[in-house]
Design a protein around this ligand. Structure first.
Ligand SMILES: *Cc1c(COP(=O)(O)O)cnc(C)c1O
Length: 222
């Protein structure tokens, strides 16, 4: 039951760890059930689906875009999105800033860090992240607020490897905070951990976990 899973997770997660209920591919009725059980933060990874669901849910829902975002789609979510979690280029950050300005908002963003072994995943490597921040252009972007880092570990049963990847993300997060955000308290979010690895992520310092399957069951991709 969705509502039971939500209530259990809310009890299980330590104070200071936020739960993003990842509702992609699940119908709005399922989101309502989670909402009625007390869940307010939902994560979607496709713009079209997010834009379709948003008006069907109560206005106090916080919507996080957690998937890869194309620059030409930022405008559709800029008016309402609570946080954009997977910013993987300076170009995207610039476009979010531009669209946020148009609607008079400052949009909270997380920078996506690539720590997994899989080639295909998006995100900055630790070196690329450092280079982008050191270059400094981001400081002039007044309508985005960089609130931290999001990452995904490798999809593997090797929990030691998953743990090492989360540790690298945590280390990069701390170093980045120290070097570039020491005077901005809003840089405080470390988003990592999904259904199969959120417990490890919490042990390694996650402040946000993104859980889908455990709450809503298997997704039907059709
Ligand atoms: C789908 C997705 C999740 C949730 O995955 P589950 O295994 O269903 O918990 C978390 N993060 C991102 C970026 C996703 O795309």
């Amino acid at each position: 039951m969705i509502s039971e899973q939500i209530k259990e997770l809310h009890k299980e997660l330590p104070a200071g760890v936020e739960l993003i209920a990842v509702s992609k591919f699940h119908p709005v009725e399922d989101l309502r059930e989670a909402y009625d059980a007390g869940q307010r933060i939902f994560g979607e990874n496709h713009v079209q689906e997010l834009v379709a669901k948003q008006p069907q849910m109560p206005s106090d829902v916080e919507w996080h875009l957690i998937g890869h975002l194309q620059t030409n789609k930022v405008k559709y979510i800029a008016p309402f999105v609570t946080m954009i979690q997977a910013v993987d280029s300076l170009k995207l950050l610039r476009e979010i800033d531009k669209q946020a300005k148009k609607v008079g908002r400052v949009i909270p963003c997380l920078l996506e860090l690539h720590v997994a072994q899989e080639e295909s995943k998006f995100g900055f490597s630790p070196d690329e992240l450092h280079a982008m921040l050191a270059e400094g252009e981001w400081k002039a972007l007044t309508n985005v607020s960089i609130c931290g880092i999001m990452t995904m570990a490798s999809f593997t049963d090797d929990t030691a490897q998953v743990r090492r990847e989360f540790q690298l993300a945590r280390h990069t997060f701390e170093q980045t905070r120290k070097e570039f955000f020491s005077d901005s308290p809003s840089f405080c979010k470390l988003s990592m951990g999904m259904t199969h690895d959120y417990k490890i992520a919490i042990e390694e310092g996650a402040t946000m976990v993104r859980v889908g399957t455990k709450i809503f069951g298997e997704r039907q991709y059709n």
